[in-house]
Design a protein around this ligand. Structure first.
Ligand code: NIG
Ligand code: FE
Length: 416
């Protein structure tokens, strides 16, 4: 058994509240404790005065720090090779993300690097990224393919992601994103590429090898149309892959409405969502996945978070970490951006990066909240409350990270 004592503020959510539209279900206990059993599950919690800890319990002293659920980065592209700082400079000089993509750069640049890399190289490049994410308090990360765009290269990316799950503490969830863009060799034959994306040879192997739980697509003027997206997402659904989309990022072509139509678990980005999209997602219970780091990094307008929340949609937050549009590994930084640029409260941001994010990757019953029986993924901060964490922008306030009941990261141990 493990007990965390001397918690300045323990942040809880009411049972089975996720996904949550607002922060009404958030509770706080000051001067609290939490116990965790040998299976890595939360057993009891409450005011520290009520704590019954036996001699043999392993004790972690929170030193008055705030304790929150482990963060869930539910939308990332963490497996990649190569960098694109030249595009970063091109955008500073006035070119847009879409212009760079249309000129053959963007995703296609990273595809070249990933195709040239071995599976081992992809694993070795991603490992330090995941270690840094753990240090920011992230205990679960979803990782997409989408920079291979051929049978062997897509499988290579997803196999790398699967190996990463076993090589370090963060739980890794795979998503099949072969429909990220049409690769150069299929420019004049889109139909044939879509056939490949939906084929037994590729999608079928992804499913048979258990490499992904979700099927994603970039539904956008520079990538795939609504009809093409419907085809891919329904083919995936038929094989047991849960649909999700990159929707309404740059242009409004009806992607969030398609998310509702195909029963997607989340529709992510939503910078250009319209009222019809909000209504459709609400009636189909699609989670709104917002990626504040992406628009911040590209220097463009953020998704209308307040409008989306006020309309009654649950919001989940992720980094969208990738080598082009969001070279941002820190989910707490993205939460801070959601506070300052999208006017989400710290409580809404925490819910978005924990319980709602877990729900967005079908893990809401096990992850994302501090409750009896839930997996003990916990973050101990060096600040006394949630608001102080968000207020201290850009400084890493994470002291200790507990994954599945075990200390997986300890800042002080690292420095000593
Ligand atoms: O979520 N929008 C499409 N895909 C990624 C960017 C990928 C890239 O630029 O490499 C995104 O922003
Ligand atoms: Fe993305």
């Amino acid at each position: 058994m493990l007990v965390i004592r001397n918690i300045g503020e323990l942040v809880l959510f009411d049972a089975d509240a996720a996904p949550m539209v607002n922060s009404a279900a958030l509770r706080r206990i000051n001067d609290a404790y939490v116990t965790v059993d040998e299976h890595g599950r939360i057993v009891t919690f409450g005011p520290d005065a009520d704590c019954v800890a036996l001699d043999w319990f392993e004790v972690v002293d929170a030193e008055g720090g705030c304790v929150v659920p482990g963060l869930v980065d539910f939308h990332t592209h963490t497996v990649f090779a190569g960098t694109r700082e030249h595009e970063f400079v091109m955008r500073i000089e006035g070119r847009s993300y879409a212009e760079i993509a249309e000129a053959g750069g963007g995703i296609k640049t990273t595809v070249k690097s990933v195709r040239a890399a071995s599976e081992d190289e992809l694993v070795n490049l991603a490992l330090p990224r995941l270690h840094r994410m753990l240090g920011y308090g992230v205990t679960t990360v979803e990782i997409k393919s989408g920079y291979g765009l051929s049978v062997e290269d897509e499988l290579k990316m997803l196999r790398a992601a699967k190996r990463l799950n076993d090589l370090q503490p963060i739980e890794v969830v795979g998503t099949y994103l072969a429909a990220h863009t049409v690769p150069a060799e299929y420019t004049d034959n889109r139909e044939a590429y879509l056939d490949l994306v939906c084929s037994d040879e590729l999608m079928g192997r992804v499913v048979n090898e258990g490499l992904a739980e979700f099927c994603d697509i970039f539904t956008e003027r520079t990538a795939f149309t609504i009809d093409e997206s419907r085809r891919v997402l329904l083919a995936g659904k038929e094989q047991g892959l849960i649909p999700r989309l990159h929707a309404d990022q740059i242009t409004q072509i009806g992607a969030s409405k398609l998310a509702a139509e195909v029963g997607a678990m989340s529709a992510d980005h939503l910078e250009t969502i319209d009222d019809a999209g909000i209504d459709a997602m609400k009636s189909a219970n699609v989670i709104a996945g917002l990626l504040p780091g992406c628009s911040w990094y590209l220097g463009v307008e953020q998704a209308p978070a307040r409008k989306i929340i006020d309309a009654g949609l649950p919001v989940a937050l992720a980094t969208d970490f990738n080598p082009g549009s969001s070279v941002v590994e820190s989910l707490p930084l993205c939460m801070n951006i959601a506070c300052t640029q999208m006017k989400m409260t710290p409580a809404e941001c925490l819910i978005g990066a924990t319980a709602n994010a877990a729900a967005a990757i079908n893990r809401g019953q096990r992850l994302g909240a501090i409750r009896e029986g839930m997996q003990a993924d916990l973050v101990i901060l060096d600040v006394p409350n949630l608001e102080r964490w968000m207020y201290e922008a850009g400084r890493n306030c994470v002291r200790t990270v507990i994954k599945n009941g075990r200390v997986a990261f300890d800042r002080d141990a690292r420095n000593s």
